[in-house]
Write a protein that binds this ligand. Structure first.
Ligand code: NDP
Length: 333
């Protein structure tokens, strides 16, 4: 079953995203397949081995993960851990000589992002960030509209991604050190969307972070909103929340407008343009498309579709929003 033509992927961290989306997605891919697991939970191992036909020799924990260096079955390690652990285990994967896929948000700060990029460069392996929307056809259309100015130059973007949620005690998404909070978890969607919808980088940032349910989120933001300012004077706004369901990308241009709503779901991303062109939902499996796209890029020796710079540039803005919120003034990026 382990075809030589497919690249072997090891999932690192068997939580809800690996279980619900990535492992099933890896059953639909043509250019890569699930061959290994890295987990700190021994009780998860038998089920995964049985369901996905994973041999004992391809099962690792966080202490012996570096030994993947000696395992030719594994070409790629996919880091699906809490955000605060992305840098440490991405670097272990790179040092083992494996290609690295790292989930969003890339890491806690620019220095950690740069350390990951340095490690993959040093070891001559590639790095892709798990921004699945870059592989989604309507999102790619929005990028193309910006590049080709199909509706004229972009003049304003308003975007939000949030859910009406509640995290139980012990969940890493309410832990500051592990990268919890709405901004890291969901805020990178509107940040990344403003960057791909404009194809520009902001020059200044304004941010406000707050928490309504202090008893639920004593140490991280529950709500963040921000403005990104561009060198041409354009101001784009973004919003994220753990307490409010929001999911849209609205773009105004010189000659019209277009939107995606929802803009960040696993399926059903769809929209409309001002001249009545529908952007209908794509029926495919987003994560399968993402992993196949990145695996094919590796096989063909091309650069990754979503390189580390995508993750780093977003984290630079995340950190600037945090600093602006603390200081109560605009922050140059
Ligand atoms: P979960 O909490 O469901 O799973 C995280 C897993 O990481 C755990 O099950 C555990 O796996 C492992 N882990 C290792 N150390 C710790 C620790 N100290 N605390 C908690 N877990 C630990 O998280 P998700 O699967 O939802 O998210 C994982 C990553 O994927 C995050 O970076 C998140 O942002 C990203 N993500 C991306 C999505 C996307 O659409 N691109 C969607 C959802 C998440 P084990 O028991 O095997 O060791």
């Amino acid at each position: 079953s382990q075809s030589k033509e497919k690249l072997g992927v090891a999932l690192v961290g068997l939580g809800s995203y690996s279980t619900g989306r990535l492992a099933p997605g890896l059953q639909m891919t043509d250019h890569c397949e699930l061959r290994g697991i890295v987990t700190g939970s021994p009780e998860k191992i038998p089920e995964w081995q049985e369901q996905y036909n994973i041999p004992d020799s391809n099962v690792y924990n966080y202490e012996n993960m570096h030994e993947i260096a000696n395992n030719d079955d594994i070409d790629i390690v996919y880091i699906v851990l809490p955000t605060g652990l992305h840098a440490k285990y991405s670097i272990i994967g790179a040092e083992a000589g494996k290609h690295v896929w790292c989930e969003k948000p890339m890491a806690m700060n620019v220095e950690e992002c740069q350390n990951i990029i340095d490690a993959v460069n040093r070891n001559n392996v590639s790095l892709a960030i798990g921004y699945r929307l870059h592989h989604e056809p309507n999102t790619q259309q929005i990028m193309q509209f910006a590049r080709e100015q199909t509706y004229g130059a972009v003049t304003e973007v308003r975007t939000a991604a949030g859910y009406d949620g509640y995290h139980e005690d012990g969940n890493w998404r309410k832990n500051a050190e592990l990268g919890g909070g709405a901004l890291y978890d969901m805020g990178v969607y509107p940040i990344n969307a403003i960057r791909y919808a404009t194809q520009m980088e902001p020059i200044a940032v304004n941010g406000r972070q707050s928490t309504v349910r202090k008893e639920v989120y004593p140490e991280v933001d529950e709500i963040t909103d921000f403005q990104l300012e561009f060198s041409n004077g354009m101001v784009c706004t973004g919003e994220t929340s753990f307490g409010k369901s929001m999911n849209y990308l609205n773009v105004n241009t010189d000659n019209g407008w277009y939107y995606l709503k929802p803009m960040s779901n696993y399926s059903g991303v769809q929209g409309m343009t001002s001249d009545g062109t529908a952007l209908p939902a794509d029926p495919g499996h987003q994560q399968a498309r993402q992993m196949d796209g990145e695996a094919l890029a590796i096989k063909e020796g091309r650069p990754p579709i979503v390189p580390g710079s995508q993750g780093l540039n977003d984290i630079r803005i995340v950190n600037a929003i945090m600093e602006s919120s603390r200081n109560g003034r605009s922050r140059v990026v």
